[in-house]
Design a protein around this ligand. Structure first.
Ligand SMILES: [Fe+2]
Length: 273
């Protein structure tokens, strides 16, 4: 079916395959136990936060460049020494090559980065006034996803709430821009959508939605009564977009002509669950 939405008031649509249904009468977000319950932005569901020092940001960028260089080597692509991740699409220039990359970048872990994630977790905990931890007891290891979205492509995931999956119901989501992130490519979110009753949400089951032949783990949302109106908060480099896992987000269409967008997605967990 066709998913129709607006991003910063501009209409978009894309095809999404799956079986979809309206939800039952419940609001999944719990305002008295959510990790954002002590924030001034609990109604919006998201906020921007100055997360990284210049040094940390540079180190993550070096990590990503060397990761892409080693993947390129494995799959037989010759990258120049001055390779800039924004130019990714010029080298990984077929769907097959791109698929090979995302198989390897979808499931990174904290250990793949030379960063003290515990320090980042403490900073975020202090900001939201709620104790968080790196370890998610429902997972062997929490994953860090490197999202790579080529210009004018359908390298997007469906709109979704991470919180539909029990493993991510008690986390705080972080979306960190790395390269090619701007008002044309940044992650869209649907403000206040964590407060929406499920009867207003038309969605698939887990693993039930496909875009461009690619399946996604989380249930995909294709419609909401009243319309799917998203905005791009567009965090600056070194900032993170923080949001409750029940906020509807995704469909991060990259409208730039010649810039690949790279971003990191990670989650910190409610302490002591
Ligand atoms: Fe997500």
């Amino acid at each position: 079916m066709n998913c129709q939405l607006t991003i910063d008031k501009e209409p978009f649509s894309f095809q999404i395959e799956g079986d979809f249904f309206w939800g039952i009468d419940q609001v999944l977000f719990n305002p008295s136990s959510s990790v954002i319950m002590n924030t001034s932005w609990k109604k919006d569901g998201y906020a921007l936060f100055d997360l990284l020092t210049v040094e940390e940001f540079n180190r993550i960028q070096e990590n990503i460049s060397s990761l892409l260089k080693s993947i390129a080597l494995e799959i037989g692509i010759d990258l120049p020494d001055h390779f800039s991740p924004e130019k990714y699409h010029l080298y990984f220039n077929t769907q097959e090559l791109h698929n090979q990359v995302i198989q390897k970048t979808r499931f990174l872990t904290f250990k793949d980065f030379k960063i003290d994630f515990q320090q980042l977790c403490t900073r975020v905990s202090d900001f939201i006034k709620y104790p968080l931890q790196l370890e998610n007891p429902l997972l062997d290891e929490e994953i860090v996803i490197l999202r790579i979205s080529r210009p004018k492509s359908l390298d997007i995931n469906p709109l979704h709430r991470d919180g539909y999956l029990d493993i991510w119901a008690n986390v705080l989501n972080l979306w960190i821009p790395l390269a090619g992130c701007d008002e044309n490519s940044s992650l869209p979110v649907f403000p206040e959508s964590h407060l929406l009753n499920e009867t207003k949400v038309y969605r698939s089951e887990t693993k039930g939605a496909r875009i461009n032949g690619l399946g996604y783990h989380v249930p995909g949302i294709v419609d909401v009564k009243g319309g799917l109106d998203l905005i791009r908060p567009n965090p600056a480099y070194r900032q993170a977009l923080l949001f409750t896992p029940f906020l509807i987000h995704g469909a991060a269409i990259n409208q730039n002509e010649n810039k690949t967008r790279l971003s990191l997605e990670l989650r910190f967990c409610k302490k002591g669950i």
